[in-house]
Structures are given as C-alpha cells and as structure tokens.
Write a protein that binds this ligand. Structure first.
Ligand code: GLN
Length: 542
C-alpha cells in the first residue's frame, strides 16, 4: 500500500507550505524511504506557462517539459530528484480532462458532476503520479488557503482518499500562520483555530499542525491549540523563521516531526541521515568572501520571479564559500533613461541578464549587456538574456545597427534572433514552446567546455526564438564563439555563445538554474561567481 501525506494551508497564503512540504519529504527521505511530491494548484490555467511572474512567481520547467509551479523547484532541490509534469495538478488540467472525456463519450448516459467525476479524476491523477514515481510515500500539497472556493474539490478528493486508503496510510498536515501581537509579544492562535474549524466542517480532521510563527510555541499554547483542534500537543510543531530555508527539515526533524510521522504511518523507525546537507548549510551561512551580482530583468520587484536563479547562486556560493550579494537592476527603468539604475553597474562584480519575453525592457537589457561587454564584467545571459547579448554584439561589434530579435521587431532588416524553424507553424500559446530537456553538444576548447568538462549535456529549455543560422559565421568571425549546439536537430540551433576577448561572458539558450542542487551546484553558476571573485580583485576601471 502507498502512503499519502496531504498538506493544507490556513490563514494566509505564502506561509511557506512549499518549503514545509519539501521538508517533510526530505525528513522521510533521510530515513531511507522513497518519497515523491505533488503540488495541486486550484487555478483554471492548465499549467503555469501562461501566467506572468507577478501573478505566479517563476515558472519552473521540469525535465519532461512541464511548465509548473515554483514549488516543484523546492521539491527538486530538497530531494535532488527529477519530477515530471504529472506532479503539478491544476483545476484547469483536471476539468479539461473531464470535459474531453465527456466529449469522447466516456461518461455516456451519466450526468457529469463535481462529485464524483471531478473528484475521481483528482484522485486518479494523484495516484497515477505517485505510482509512476515508484515512491512509497506521496506528499501532496494543496495550494491556496482552506476556505477558498476553488480548493474545495481537492479537499473533497483527499477527504475521500482517507476512507479509500485507510487511516494508517493517510496523514493530514495543516500548516497555518500564528501571528504575534507586537504590543504583548503573544502568539495568537485564533486564526489557526478557525482554519481548522473550516477543515473539519468539510470532513477533514488534521493529524498534525505546523504553526508558522516567529517564536517557538510553548506548551501552554500547544495545549490551547490542541483543545480547540483535537490535535494532540505532541503533533503540533513550530516552523520558525530561519536564516535559510534549507534548515527547515533539520528543525522540524529535531522537534520530532519525522518520528511522529513514521510511527503514525506504521513505518519502521529509522535514524535520519542528512549527510552532506548539514555541511552545505554551514558553507552557505559562513562565506569567506562576498561578490555582488547584478540581476537585470523586468520583474525585479518580486524576488520569486527568478527563484531558481537565486537558489542556483546560493548553491554555487556555498560551494565557493562566497556570498552572492544581489543588486537588482530594473531593465525598464534603464530603458526610460534612468542614470541611477545604469550606475548600479559600476558596483557589480558580475551581471546576469534574466530570462524574459516581449518588447518591454528589452532595450534596457541590451544597454546593460553593452556595459558588461565593454567593461569586462563577468556576464551570464540566460535565454532571453543570451538572445539579447547576440543582438547587442550584432549591433555594436558587427555594426548591424538595426539588428534585433523578431520577437521585438518583426520587421527588423537584420533578424539575428528569429523564431525557431520548428516553431513556425505553431499557433496555440499554451505548452507549445520548446520545453524541457534537450541534448546540447559542447564545442571543445571553449569556456563552456572548461566549465562542463564534458561533450554532451542535457539542459532544460523554454523558448520559441533562436539565433538565426544565417548569422553564425559572421558572429564567430567577429569574436562571438558558438560553444554549444542542440545535438538532436537537423538545424544548427545555437545553445551557448561566449566572447573570446572577455574573462567570462557566456549566454545560454537554456536555463541552467533548473538543474542546480544544493549539493550539485551548476557549473555555469560556479563559473560566474568564480569569475566575479577574480574580477573583484582585478584592477577594474571604475
Ligand atoms: N522570449 C524568448 C523566446 O521565446 C526567451 C524566453 C526565455 O527567456 N525563457 O525565445
């Protein structure tokens, strides 16, 4: 029998349920159990691919090309696994399947209803993902907050699963905020109580409560919560505010969550083995040096927009024992002529031009790339950032002043970046980009080859546009080297570019950040921070 742990959230969204779900999985994984995780998102988009980062945060791309919720990134990083797109279930996906089935005649003769047809489909998708992963335990995070209308079908489905899978195979974990009233410093449990009342009203009695609170809940507070929620005090845990999210599994385990879960699920009790995880945290928090990293993009006001990139920097930083200090650079402000924003470049030891779409901010990004190229600032362009580095080079080095991407100017006379051949006949927007893992052939005697130390890598993609083949020779002749090509295409699809006369200038058509792990930092990010360190101590012209 499989085991299921369902994680719900109360009081507020953004209480860190994703990290807690990943931590629960990690705690069990550390005991040698095979685990997998699923994120449920109650919105009606079929996947996260069509939402902008201010709506949703980063779109996390899975190896199999799913455009998913950023919590899948937490799961992959905490567990060091590769999840498939089946591990992100949305209302849109579920309803689309039910409606397609109805049209196909699968329900012939029946009235198709929320219960049982939609709830059956939800349960089928949960079980399918867990079965296919081969894990013993599936941890399922229900997005949103208890009490949301949209979440109801999912809560109803997991309520049913308790009966179908059995008490000892299912655990309900409820994560809720416990605010502190500043004047008295007292933790207030009433909102948490209410969110548990709401859960019980629909038939779910939580087994475990994890309180997000600035202070540790004392025994009195736990007893009070227990009294009102029917959850025993030893099943109530605190998830405090910490210096790094990577510490959460260790803290919850120390509080006894792991042992409680194992005994509640009737599993054999085992000692947890966190191994290198602890030294990773030590390295992360005790850097010996610091470098500044400029991050130039359009969505700089919401840090979640580029979450995997920030984490990739943390992983590489821990490896090198340097702290990446982030300097956010607003591409749109630069475009509108802000000198202050451009001045920030004087202060950075490295620059990342972030992924993106569309015209807004593009000229601002091109402007900062020019500075990085001319001033010798270590540079990484990711996806759109790489494409714009090619545009900048074509304009200012090749002298093709009107060079552009056809994404920005469809009528440009010099389309150095153009729609990929395989994208020309695509007319639908959702899920139709070039997505997920693709093989990349690394060219020898290049910076890329030095970083990877190998000839072939698989990296994750999410794009429609590519370097126009017609310009490859011209770019190379002028000093922009193509150091990676798509290995499985009849076309010459450029995957990596770099500059010969620059200490570190690299652009990747793919997204290296999605493959970075705490204990396996990505070579491109290690390379960037290492170059930043050297740049910091070189005689840079300020
Ligand atoms: N907009 C570009 C494209 O579609 C880049 C996408 C990205 O940065 N992820 O090719």
């Amino acid at each position: 029998m499989k085991k299921y742990i369902f994680v719900t959230g109360g009081v507020l969204s953004s209480v860190g349920k994703g990290v807690i779900t990943a931590s629960i999985a990690k705690i069990l994984q550390a005991r040698g159990y095979t685990v997998t995780t699923i994120k449920i998102d109650p919105y009606f988009n079929v996947d996260a691919g069509t939402m902008n980062p201010y709506q949703h945060g980063e779109v996390f791309v899975t190896a199999d090309g799913g455009e998913t919720d950023l919590d899948l990134g937490h799961y992959e990083r905490f567990l060091d696994v590769e999840l498939s797109k089946d591990h992100n279930i949305t209302s849109g996906k579920v309803f689309l399947k039910v409606i397609m089935d109805e049209r196909a005649g699968k329900y012939l003769g029946q009235t198709v209803q929320l219960i049982p047809h939609v709830t059956d489909e939800i349960k089928r998708e949960i079980r399918y993902a867990v079965d296919k992963s081969g894990a013993d335990i599936g941890i399922v995070e229900i997005g949103g907050t208890v009490g949301d209308y949209e979440g109801l079908p999912f809560l109803e489905a997991i309520r049913q699963m308790r009966l179908e899978e059995g008490f000892s195979n299912t655990v309900f974990v409820h994560v809720a905020l416990v605010p502190i009233i500043e004047t008295t410093g007292e933790p207030k449990t009433k909102p948490l109580q209410h969110s548990v009342f709401e859960l019980r009203r629909i038939g779910i009695q939580p087994d475990i409560i994890i309180a997000r609170c600035k202070i540790w809940l004392d025994d009195d507070t736990k007893r009070k919560i227990a009294l009102f929620t029917n959850v025993p005090p030893d099943a109530i845990f605190t998830a405090p505010y910490v210096d790094t999210i990577y510490r959460i599994p260790l803290i919850l385990d120390e509080e006894g969550l792991g042992d409680y879960l194992v005994s509640r699920l009737g599993l054999e009790s085992r000692r947890p083995e966190f191994g290198e995880w602890c030294s990773f945290i030590e390295n992360l928090l005790n850097p010996r040096d610091e470098v500044s990293v400029g991050l130039c993009g359009k969505y700089v006001k919401l840090k979640d927009s580029y979450l995997s990139i920030l984490e990739a920097l943390n992983h590489a930083g821990a490896r090198l024992r340097v702290k990446p200090r982030l300097v956010w650079i607003d591409a749109e402000a630069i475009e509108q002529g802000s000198r202050d924003e451009l001045e920030k470049l004087k202060d950075v030891d490295s620059l990342i031009v972030l992924p993106g779409f569309g015209t807004r901010g593009a000229e601002g990004k091109i402007r900062v790339i020019k500075e990085a190229r001319e001033l010798g600032i270590p540079f990484l362009g990711i996806c759109f950032g790489m494409q714009l580095a090619v545009v900048e080079f074509a304009r200012n080095v090749l002298g093709l002043h009107d060079a552009n991407s056809t994404e920005i100017d469809p009528d440009t006379p010099e389309p150095v970046i153009d729609l990929a051949p395989e994208q020309k006949n695509v007319d639908k927007v959702g899920g139709t980009m070039m997505l997920g893992n693709k093989p990349v052939k690394i060219v020898e005697n290049t910076l890329a080859h030095k970083l990877y130390g190998t000839d072939l890598v698989y990296e994750r993609h999410r794009h429609r546009y590519v370097v126009n083949e017609r310009y490859i020779e011209k770019l190379e002749k002028a000093g922009m080297k193509v150091s990676g090509y798509r290995a499985d295409s009849p076309y010459r699809i450029v995957e990596i570019v770099e500059l010969r006369d620059h200490m570190f200038f690299i652009g990747t058509q793919f997204h290296p950040e999605f493959r970075s792990r705490p204990l396996r930092p990505h070579p491109v990010f290690i390379g960037l921070l290492d170059a930043a360190l050297r740049f910091k101590y070189s005689s840079r012209s300020k």
